[in-house]
Design a protein around this ligand. Structure first.
Ligand code: C2E
Ligand code: MG
Ligand code: MG
Ligand code: MG
Length: 299
C-alpha cells in the first residue's frame, strides 16, 4: 500500500509505520517477560443460570498490568501475542492458571464443588497441533474433570480452516471437554458448518443483547435476532449464553425467551480471583438473583 501512494505520502506512512513498529517492539519485548514477572493475571466473570439464578461458571479473562503503561487491554496484547508467536506460551499459561484456580475453588469452597471454567482459545492455538494434549495434560495435572472445562472459540477461528478445526474439536469432545462458540452472530459460519461441529453452546454477541432494550426499531431487531439465535440453538441441540447483559430489562427478556445462561456487567464485571471468591463463591446461600442477592448491589 505504501508504495502505491508514491512520494511524500509514502514517506509519511513509512514514518508512522516505523513508530508503530517501534512501539510494538517495546511492548513485544515486555510481553515476553510478563509471565515470568507475574504481570499477567486472570480476572473472572460469573456466568449465571437463568433457570436457577446460580453462578455456574466463571470466564477467565487475561489482564496485563504493564509497569509503565498500566493496564493493557486484552484486545491489544492478545493480538500482539498472536502476531509475534507469543500466543502459544500465553495461551498455555492462561489454560494452566485457569485450571489451577478452578481446582483450588472446587477443593476448598463447598459451594464451588461443581463450578465450571470458560477459557478463551485463539485461532493460533487451534492450529498448532498440540492443543488437545496440552488440555489433557493440564486437566490431569490439576485433577479437574474435563467436563468442567469449556473452551471458547470464535467463528472466524473455525471458518478459516474448517476441516482441521472440526478434527481438533472432535478430539477435545472425545475427552469430554466442552466447546463454546464465542461472539456468535458476528462471524460468517454457515449452517452446515454449525451442524458439523460438536458444539455445546453458542454465546450471543453482546451487540445483539445490547440491542434488545426499549421500544425503538433497533430494539425490536435486537430481540428478533436473539429469538432467532435461540431457535437455531434449539435445532442444533446446543445451549445459549447471552453476553454483555447490562440491564434488568435485557435479563428479563432473555429469561422470557428461554435463554439458558447470562453474563454481563449487570451481574458483575470480571473480578480478581479473591473478589470473585468472596462475592460469588463464599456466599450463604450461594449467590443467586432469585434468593435476594440482587445484581443491583453491583451496578
Ligand atoms: P470475549 O471472550 O468475548 O470476552 C468478553 C468481553 O466482554 C470481556 O472483555 C469482558 O470484560 C467484556 N464484557 C463482559 N460483560 C460486559 C458487559 O456487560 N458490557 C460490556 N461492554 N462488556 C462486557 P475483555 O476482558 O476486555 O476481553 C476482550 C477479549 O479479549 C475477549 O472477548 C477475548 O476475545 C480476548 N481475551 C481475553 N482474555 C483472553 C485469553 O486469555 N485468551 C485469548 N485467546 N483471548 C482472550
Ligand atoms: Mg470469551
Ligand atoms: Mg464474547
Ligand atoms: Mg471477543
Amino acid at each position: 500500500y505504501a508504495k502505491a501512494g508514491g512520494g511524500t505520502r509514502c514517506a509519511v506512512f513509512d514514518g508512522s509505520m516505523h513508530r508503530a513498529a517501534m512501539a510494538r517492539l517495546g511492548l513485544e519485548t515486555d510481553l515476553r517477560g510478563a509471565v515470568a514477572r507475574e504481570e499477567l493475571t486472570l480476572y473472572f466473570q460469573p456466568i449465571v443460570s437463568l433457570e436457577t439464578g446460580n453462578v455456574v461458571a466463571a470466564e477467565a479473562l487475561a489482564r496485563w498490568s504493564h509497569p509503565i503503561h498500566g493496564k493493557v487491554p486484552p484486545d491489544k496484547f492478545i493480538t500482539l501475542a498472536e502476531d509475534t508467536g507469543l500466543i502459544g506460551a500465553l495461551g498455555t499459561w492462561v489454560l494452566d492458571e485457569a485450571t489451577r484456580q478452578l481446582a483450588e475453588w472446587r477443593k476448598d469452597v463447598p459451594q464451588a464443588a461443581r463450578l465450571e471454567m470458560n477459557v478463551n482459545v485463539s485461532p493460533w492455538q487451534l492450529r498448532d497441533g498440540e492443543l488437545v494434549e496440552t488440555v489433557a495434560a493440564t486437566l490431569g495435572e490439576h485433577g479437574v474433570p474435563a467436563a468442567a472445562l469449556k473452551l471458547e472459540l470464535t467463528e472466524s477461528t473455525l471458518v478459516e480452516d474448517a476441516a482441521r478445526a472440526a478434527g481438533v474439536l472432535r478430539a477435545l469432545k472425545k475427552r469430554d471437554v466442552q466447546i463454546y462458540l464465542d461472539d456468535f452472530g458476528t462471524g460468517y459460519s454457515s449452517l452446515s458448518l454449525l451442524h458439523r461441529l460438536p458444539l455445546d453452546a453458542l454465546k450471543i454477541d453482546r451487540s445483539f443483547v445490547g440491542g434488545m432494550d426499549g421500544g425503538t426499531t433497533g430494539a425490536v431487531k435486537g430481540a428478533e435476532i436473539v429469538r432467532t439465535i435461540l431457535a437455531l440453538a434449539r435445532s442444533l441441540g446446543v445451549r445459549v449464553v447471552a453476553e454483555g447483559v447490562e440491564t434488568h430489562e435485557q435479563l428479563a427478556a432473555l429469561r422470557a425467551l428461554g435463554c439458558d445462561y447470562a453474563q454481563g456487567y449487570l451481574i458483575s464485571p470480571p473480578l480478581p480471583a479473591d473478589e470473585f471468591e468472596t462475592s460469588f463463591l463464599r456466599r450463604e446461600p450461594p449467590y443467586s438473583w432469585q434468593t435476594g442477592h440482587r445484581f443491583s448491589e453491583m451496578v
